[in-house]
Design a protein around this ligand. Sequence first.
Ligand SMILES: Cc1ncc(C[n+]2csc(CCOP(=O)(O)OP(=O)(O)O)c2C)c(N)n1
Length: 257
Amino acid sequence: MTEQSEQLRTQFTRESIIEDYRVAFRSRQASLIGRKEVLTGKAKFGIFGDGKEVAQLAMARAFRKGDWRSGYYRDQTFILATGMGTLDEFFAQLYADPDVAHDPWSGGRSMNAHFASRLLNPDGSWKNQTDAYNTSADVSPTGSQMPRLLGIAWASKLYREVDLFKSMTQFSRDGDEIAWGTSGTTTTASRSPTNFRSPRGICRSCSRDFSATRKRSRASTFTRSRAGTIPRYAKRTSTPPPSCAWSTFRRSSTSSR
Ligand SMILES: Cc1ncc(C[n+]2csc(CCOP(=O)(O)OP(=O)(O)O)c2C)c(N)n1
């Protein structure tokens, strides 16, 4: 997939809308195919961005050269739409291909959908970041994109205010770049599966009592099923109300994690 021209990215034309549709469709197919590869054991682990295609196309249209992303593992459509990555690279990372020519984000070292810009040229010199779409390297802990996002925004402030940095024009357009962040809802609510339930087994989100299932699942927290690895207690309980963060985790766990 090639990088869209600046005109295609800023205006809605017949061609730009069709191109956006192509990106979204390919991205959706990558999610469906990738998930099958994981659930049939051909890839080690997979996490995908289906459902977020349109929002990420919109973000890609507003993202300019010199800007920075600090995001998370569901951003594949944005990465494809900006031309920061290709489907070949996406699948190379899924299969842990150790060749950086194939997986330039991590050389097979990261889980899939962990994106990163290469900041150095082969000779070790800095690349010109003001002429590129940039992303900080994704890491797995949920919410860890947020401190990085703040750091990137803070850097822009310093490039604006500190004279010493004004000459470093390969890093900043006088602080004019934007730091973009993405996140899931559970992460923004500071919840992880380990803290959905209080020590006494009461869900902190919906107040339901899961203490009985907690005792049963103590010996083995996770189990394998055709749907992948899911928390055992999730299988044995009835469905909590839709507003419950724990049930959100349960739903997404059974689909891709
Ligand atoms: C600190 C930490 N705890 C737990 C996990 C396991 N984990 C991976 S994704 C995820 C759910 C995140 O949900 P949300 O932020 O809503 O994003 P979504 O995937 O639903 O878009 C969890 C708990 C993790 N990666 N990091």
